[in-house]
Design a binder for this molecule. Sequence first.
Ligand code: ZN
Length: 247
Amino acid sequence: MRFKTEGLILTEQTIRENDKLVTVLTRSEGIIRCFVRNAKLLKGRSCNAVQTLSYSRLSVYSGRDRYIIDDAEPIELFFDLRLDLEKLALAQYFCEAAMHLLPENTETDEFLSLILNSLYLLSKGQKPDLQIKAVFEMRFMSLAGYMPDLVCCHKCRCYEADTMYFLYNDAGIICQDCFQGGHDCIALSRGALTAMRNAVYADPKKIFSFSLSQDSLAQFADCAENYFLLHSDKHLNTLEFYKKVRI
Ligand SMILES: [Zn+2]
């Protein structure tokens, strides 16, 4: 059986002399592993279409126990990401998160859109990389079933305060008046909390559409990464690598 789909190449691995095995996050079939025969002999656009980080239109033959890509055309190559080590490392982190942390039997359409939007913004450089990373992490975990409750203080129900505390294990917030200390939390400024709410609740097209101060961005980024790691049971080497190359 043959089908057509669109997909982001998450990883590639050369096998034998000319063949490749690629992992693809597809729009219609979830994550699939596919053979690409004679990948090294492909020329031009088809060759680029089956590289890591390429988003491509794929024609896939589904055999008894394997998928084989027999035609590929690039839609977006994210070429700029390949020229900047820090951005490339972050892009690979997004791909590794998708590879290992997507819930099974889940619709992957929203995850794919999230990653594509993150890669696109990363390549354009119009938002701080750290902001893109933090939005990605919070939205990813929300889609994966770990949506925090950021509506109001869990005790007094107030909506805002100069400082609100995000409680990691409760996945909720508490205001400065109700806060009674503890280590399992992080203080969030008004700006950082607004960023958190935006990443979790906004329309998919608007999740990145905000600006915040350096201090608030640092809080937002810390909170998002800690929350992401709390719910990811796998060590992601790409995150370590990103931290090493980050300037
Ligand atoms: Zn309160």
